[in-house]
Design a protein around this ligand. Sequence first.
Ligand code: FES
Length: 133
Amino acid sequence: MATLTIAGAGTFTVDDGQRLTTAIEACGVDIGHRCGGRARCTTCRVRFLEGEPSTMTRAEYEKLNAQKLLGEVRLSCQILTAGTMHVEPLMRVETMGWDDPGPALDPEVQPEARWYPIEALSAGQGEDGAAGS
Ligand code: FES
């Protein structure tokens, strides 16, 4: 089990290894996921206050890098629950004025389910066969 604290919502015990977006939503927080959890929209972005993973999918790295958000936020659709995490969801249905959060997420991380050390991605590694986990 993992301990998930969501700013403004409370602390919850959640299953390990589920997509963080899904876990946040299951705790009653209307976090966005406008691309359905495919590392395209960034509406699932969160700020980590504790327990930020030191690894990323290449898809998350490339999207955050392109949007100049590296080091600022993480994409919760690309992260699995583990240990103790404390996050602040930054784009929510209520605050953004959306009709809904977006398409439901698949249980598995899309488009890939491999994580690499962030330093390896910054160094241009993280291709298949290099520094994978
Ligand atoms: S980037 Fe779209 S839901 Fe995560």
